[in-house]
Structures are given as structure tokens and as C-alpha cells.
Design a binder for this molecule. Structure first.
Ligand SMILES: *Cc1c(COP(=O)(O)O)cnc(C)c1O
Length: 458
């Protein structure tokens, strides 16, 4: 039997116009933005796949919640709803609201980190690494070797390498480990899921060495869907229950609610330890806001509480993951080298394999991101040596392990015809792909250079 089209499980009752543009106009726009897609105005973008962060469409229920927002400075009802929603999901008693993920990272990793401290993760997300390093600590990635091979089919390529994790703890000394941070799904490594077994194995190691264990749970609902699909024992378990089981394993979590809480702004830290929570609270009040709102308005907290429940809806998650897979599988069938299997929130193109004639120090990922914009007005994001490259003592580029371009899919925003247009744009790029030229950096700041660097075509 032929499968029916997986339709968007919602009707649209409010629309946002897209401004159309021509290829000539876009060549101009890109030059003005120094070939950096972060510097382009969104009105000049047709399909914005820069990030899935804070770009979700909210539901009618969430908009209704916005009207109910209680803006009291202390003890607002909206705070109680958010706190209870986070407690119920994470099982943590101590909840700290923050205006987004990195604000929580700054607070938490300042407490746990500092000079001499080491953090170990499957892959540290860019702001996570930056916050850890900014405080003087070291961030080590221990991704499995399967996770480092873009073309390999494997169900859980987000898993942390347990042997490498243990070796790193022994090498640096358990007393110097700030925390082990498991990122689910693994954003920088390809939006790939982490298995429950892996999360359990990390618990065993953290118990053995008495090391703090944290979950970066930005995409916990998407990860739970993959566990239900791919990890036998969880086949008939509700997605929310799977998430709760994973939360039970850890000492605390940190979330950018701009992902799986389906809101445009928000975040939190959830902790089981009162002692760590108390030490974070001081910084929270100085930097973010009072303990019952962090950097958030009441209405934000209200929408977050609702989104955290909606995201586990089975029809939503099914549509979410299968529609991302639809884009990825089509590109794969056309011969575009993509990270396999397709992850939850994004399709990652292996730009090094797509543009084999462009050397790594001429940033093939940035070249592809620029080409997608010129040909289709599509905005993707380089995740390769522009984002993670560094320089050695002689000023030579130490490249990132992979040169990827991420097409992140905003939640509940685009329809299948938008996605078909992206696929057609790739058909056009493939035709002239050997003529695409490399990129050089003409300006860069010290931290998070991809946001503000300037580039030129070689
Ligand atoms: C987005 C993200 C963060 C940072 O959150 P912001 O809200 O962008 O500050 C941290 N970790 C992961 C895995 C993320 O995806």
C-alpha cells in the first residue's frame, strides 16, 4: 500500500508574508553582508533555515497563554506554571529561569568551571564551549567514531564514546571534572540522537568517579521520538515517559527553550542539588533577574509551560521528524552527500564531499551556504571550520572534524511546498557545482567568529 503524504497536523490561521527576490538582487545583498548569512536582513531571505532556535510558530493555545501572562515581579502565576511544567518533566526540585540557553550556561558553568576544570561532552554546542572556555576551563568532545563518519548509517550517532569519556576522566582527575554534559540530540554533531543505553552508561561512569552529570536537553522530545523508533525496549513507551526516564538519570539539565519548548525566547536550569542551585541564584539575580522570572516576561513563561507539553504530542513529533527526513532523503537520492541517517531538527550536508575541489582552508561549507542563498534565497548555516576552526602557533588553520552546512527546520513554520522548493534549488546547484569557488576570511573576532566575521570569494 502506498503511504499517504504526511501532512502538517495543523491548520494555518495567521500568516507572515515572504518577500520574493531575484538572483541578481541576492548577489548584491550577499556582497553587502560580507558573505556572512548572519549579517543579512531576514526580509531578504525566502526560506530561512539558519536555525530552528526561537523560530517556532506558536499554537493558538500558546498565544492565548500570552494574554494570560502574569507580569508580577515576584511570585507570578506564570512563573508557577513554568516551574511546575519543568519540575513535572525533569523531576528536578530546583528550577532557575533564564532568558535563553546561553544565559543558563554562563551562570552554571561559571559556578562549576574556571581555570583547571574540564568538561566532557558528546559534542559541546558552540555557545556551551564558548561559555566554558570563557571562564578558563577546558571543553573536551568524546563523540563515538560512528558519529564522526557523515555517510555511515547508525541509529545513535549522537552517543558519547564511553571508553574515551572514562579515559578523559582518569587523565584529568575526577576532582577536576566540572561536569559531563550529554547533549540530546547532538546539535553540532549532526542532530543525531543519543540512546537511553548510552545515557545509562554515562550514569555508571559518573557514579564510579563521583562526577556531576548534566543533560543539555534542548531537543529532548525529538530525541525521545528516535529512542521509541530505534531502541527496541522503548517501542511502545510514550515520548514524554522516555524523556522523563532520561531526566531521572541525570543530576540536572539545562535547556534553551527556543528549541523543543516551542517558544521564541526562554530557557532554564533544572537541578537536583540545592547547593548548586543556591550558588547559581546569586548570579541569576545580578545578571538575569529575580528568581521567579530570570530574564523572562510572564507571558514568555506561560507560553513555555504550554510548549513543553505540546512538543510531546505524538502527531506533532511524527510530522516533525518525518518532514525533516523527507528533505534529507530527497537530497540523498539526488546524490547530495548528507549526514546519515537524517537527524531530528536539520539536514546536514557534507560540503567537503559536495565540493571536493575546494580545500578545507577555503571553507567549502561557507561556499555552499552562499550558493544556496544566491540560487534560492535559502539561508543555511555553516557548521565546520568557520564555526569551530582555530589557529595553531604558526597561524595555520586547525580545521574542524567535518565541514557541514546545516539546513535547520523551524518548527511548524514551513509547508511541504517550501521544502520542495529547497530541493529544486539543490537540483540547480548540482548542475554547476564544480565552478563554485572557495572563501577567505577578511575579518574575525576572537570568540564565536561565525556570527560577525567577514568573508570574500576567492
Ligand atoms: C541552542 C543551544 C544552546 C544555546 O541556547 P541559546 O538559547 O541559543 O542561548 C545550547 N545547547 C544546545 C545543544 C543548543 O542547541
Amino acid at each position: 500500500m502506498k503511504h499517504k503524504t504526511i501532512i502538517e497536523p495543523f491548520r494555518i490561521k495567521s500568516v507572515e508574508p515572504i518577500e520574493m527576490s531575484t538572483e541578481e538582487q541576492r548577489i548584491d545583498f550577499l556582497a553587502q553582508a560580507h558573505n556572512n548569512l548572519f549579517l543579512i536582513e531576514s526580509k531578504k531571505v525566502i526560506i530561512d533555515l539558519l536555525t530552528d532556535s526561537g523560530t517556532s510558530a506558536m499554537s493558538a493555545e500558546q498565544w492565548a497563554g500570552i494574554m494570560r501572562g502574569d507580569e508580577s515581579y515576584a511570585g507570578a502565576r506564570s512563573w508557577e506554571r513554568m516551574r511546575d511544567a519543568v519540575r513535572d518533566l525533569t523531576g528536578c526540585q530546583y528550577i532557575i529561569p533564564t532568558h535563553q540557553g546561553r544565559a543558563g550556561e554562563s551562570i552554571l558553568y561559571t559556578q562549576l568551571g574556571g581555570k583547571g576544570k574540564v568538561f566532557i561532552s558528546n559534542t559541546h554546542f558552540d555557545t556551551t564551549r564558548a561559555n566554558i572556555e570563557y571562564g578558563g576551563a577546558t571543553a573536551i568532545d568524546c563523540l563515538t567514531k560512528e558519529g564522526q563518519q557523515p555517510a555511515l548509517e547508525h541509529p545513535f550517532k549522537g552517543n558519547i564514546d564511553i571508553a574515551k569519556l572514562e579515559a578523559a576522566i582518569i587523565e584529568h582527575g575526577a576532582e577536576n571534572i566540572g561536569a559531563v554534559i550529554l547533549t540530546v540530540t547532538n546539535n553540532s554533531g549532526g542532530g543525531q540522537p543519543v540512546s537511553m543505553q548510552n545515557a545509562k552508561d554515562v550514569r555508571t561512569i559518573c557514579d564510579k568517579y563521583d562526577v556531576l552529570y548534566l543533560l543539555d536537553c534542548c531537543r529532548i522530545a525529538e530525541n525521545s521520538y528516535f529512542i521509541a523508533q530505534r531502541e527496541g525496549a522503548y517501542k511502545n513507551v510514550e515520548y514524554r515517559k522516555i524523556a522523563q526516564e532520561m531526566f531521572d538519570l541525570v543530576d540536572g539539565s539545562i535547556m534553551s527553550a527556543k528549541k523543543d519548548a516551542l517558544v521564541n525566547m526562554g530557557g532554564f536550569i533544572a537541578l537536583k542539588s540545592k547547593e548548586i542551585a543556591d550558588s547559581c541564584t546569586n548570579t541569576l539575580i545580578i545578571k538575569e533577574g529575580f528568581v521567579t522570572y530570570g530574564g523572562l516576561s510572564g507571558r514568555d513563561m506561560e507560553a513555555l509551560a504550554i510548549g513543553l507539553v505540546e512538543v510531546f504530542d505524538k502527531d506533532y513529533l511524527h510530522y516533525r521528524i518525518t518532514s525533516t527526513t523527507y528533505l534529507g532523503d530527497k537530497l540523498h537520492q539526488m546524490g547530495v552527500p548528507v549526514m546519515r541517517p537524517i537527524g531530528g531538527h536539520a539536514v546536514y550536508i557534507d560540503a567537503k564531499a559536495f565540493y571536493p575541489h575546494i580545500p578545507v582552508n577555503q571553507y567549502p561549507g561557507q561556499a555552499l551556504a552562499c550558493d544556496l542563498y544566491i540560487k534560492g534565497g535559502i539561508r543555511g548555516c555553516e557548521i565546520g571550520s568557520v564555526m569551530f576552526g582555530r589557529y595553531d602557533k604558526n597561524g595555520e588553520l586547525v580545521s574542524a572534524p567535518m565541514e557541514l552546512v546545516r539546513l535547520a527546520i523551524p518548527r511548524r513554520v514551513y509547508t511541504q511546498s517550501h521544502i520542495d522548493y529547497v530541493i529544486e534549488t539543490f537540483e540547480e546547484i548540482i548542475k554547476g557545482k564544480e565552478h563554485s569557488q572557495g572563501i577567505k576570511i577578511t575579518y574575525e573576532p576572537e570568540f564565536l567568529r561565525h556570527f560577525t566575521a567577514h568573508f570574500e570569494r576567492i
